[in-house]
Design a protein around this ligand. Sequence first.
Ligand SMILES: CC(=O)SCCNC(=O)CCNC(=O)[C@H](O)C(C)(C)COP(=O)(O)OP(=O)(O)OC[C@H]1O[C@@H](n2cnc3c(N)ncnc32)[C@H](O)[C@@H]1OP(=O)(O)O
Ligand SMILES: CC(C)C(=O)C(=O)O
Ligand SMILES: [Mg+2]
Length: 561
Amino acid sequence: MPFQRYQRSGGRLLHELTDRTWPTKSLVRAPIWASVDLRDGNQALSSPMDIERKSRMFELLVRMGFKDIEVGYPSASDADFSFLRTLIEQDRIPDDVTISVFTPAKPELIDRTFEAIEGADRAMVHLCNATACLWREVVFGMSADEVQQMALRSAEHIARRADAVKGTELRFEYSPETFNVTEPEFVLQVSNAVTTLWDASPDRPVTLNLPTTVETDSPNVFADQVEWMHRNLERRDAVILSVHPHNDRGTAVASAELAVMAGADRIEGTLFGNGERTGNVCLATLALNLFSQGVDPQLDFSDIDEIRSTVEFANQLSVPPRHPYGGDLVYTAFSGTHQDAIAKGLAAVERQAAEAGTSTTEVPWDVPYLPIDPKDVGRTYESVVRVNSQSGKGGVAHVLKSAYGLDLPRGMRVELARRVQQVADGDGVELTSRELRAIFAQMYLEFERPALLLKEFRLTEGKDTVAVEALVVDGDGREQRLTGAGPDVSAAYADALGDGGLSVEVTEVSGHVLQDSLGTRYAAYARIVLDGEPRYGAAITGDAESARLGAVTSAVNRAHA
Ligand SMILES: CC(=O)SCCNC(=O)CCNC(=O)[C@H](O)C(C)(C)COP(=O)(O)OP(=O)(O)OC[C@H]1O[C@@H](n2cnc3c(N)ncnc32)[C@H](O)[C@@H]1OP(=O)(O)O
Ligand SMILES: CC(C)C(=O)C(=O)O
Ligand SMILES: [Mg+2]
């Protein structure tokens, strides 16, 4: 690999800013969120959004609670211009939302931008030009001073146009594009010059947006750059300090989080991180990271699947299955030990809620391997644990319990999981809850040629004992009437089976009510020792007694299966 072709970038402040404060800060409140899905996200699509796709995205952003929405680059295309006109003319911008429109530093494009926002109640005009040396020399063919003059001429043009606008509350944003690779003193000088020209004041602040247009350095370097700007900016109280991370190194989320610790007030990004190359920073990840730490994210992600499907429709790009918080597989555990831990954690939360006499949403969330409760973003528990050849008893038991209400005893879980693993290994695929239920039924409920069939029984309750009279049929179709007695029904039945020549000891019986599509039934599970060998059996019937006897019968049949 020709690594010598590449040079270190940025990072100068890393050696100079020795008294940085951001490492000791933490995130305690949500920043101002600004969505750039409709501009930066849109400009990165092979098929940019039409009006229908833009509308669906805009309405979603409004519903989620975004107050700051960049709706497009209206001087660049008719689609962006028309969309903006539609929003304004159809009065579709809520009173608490400010739309923002992007313009490069070109007078004719600035004029067209002002035409586009005519009649809006509020709008932010966003001016941008690159400031870094490579762009100055290669893209513009200008000196640093000429680039600063280009920014100032455009800022002045915008201020002049704004003075002539009636009835629209106007705000300004300036982005020194390529901020992260620009000499700090130069970018500070241009930023101060623009905010001064726009006369930024605390009651009419200017948004200064610092992009990592192409992310080049580790997030600590960006944090130093932001802290240095935060400390050295003139009119800091009249500036909303914003950041706009891209994800070229895959660290946009970390860059944004550290930037807020370093003094940024606002973050520009997109839902699920669509954007040029590797994307803009993902606002869903940032907001839900805060949520998972007990901080109000100020955005509504309670139906993340609906958000995702609208974003996928608008962008015509799919969200990968492992994408934080929103991917298909992010609340799913396949591996046995994770499934076991999740099932135990969920049960502990339920127990804690029951003990406190409250609902599970009222007790702290503390479940191994799940940073947030999937239900809080509209996902279900059923999708949490899925079973394949990597799964163990915990996962199998969890799926049968959550999907079918079957609460198997531990030993039976082990036996069933062994069989499930054989099937999963053989097929090499994931098993659905239906398939698991079918394996359970094949093992314990359905016997093609049962060695023992309990046809009828009658119980007589004594003071300390129960007596049973049972009509059973053996594997050859022979009927036998047996009697027995014991401290409970299953012991009495074992005693009766002994009467018929079967030496059965019942060592464990459990059961529970089962509510399913067939109504209220009873499930029972039994462990017996037959001819010195332990066996498990189960039965599901209309009442507790027949289920318990059925479970013992099933265990006998397992011995002959
Ligand atoms: C980092 C960002 O995301 S910035 C936003 C980028 N977004 C987009 O580019 C999407 C929409 N863009 C477009 O539709 C087109 O590029 C247009 C309509 C804006 C301009 O098209 P054209 O006039 O054909 O120019 P083209 O895109 O080929 O080249 C860009 C020109 O603008 C200049 N330029 C680039 N950025 C800026 C800027 N911020 N301000 C002023 N001029 C700029 C370039 O130097 C180049 O100038 P040149 O023609 O003198 O060499
Ligand atoms: C326009 C600016 C903010 C931008 O999108 C970038 O630099 O990435
Ligand atoms: Mg960008």
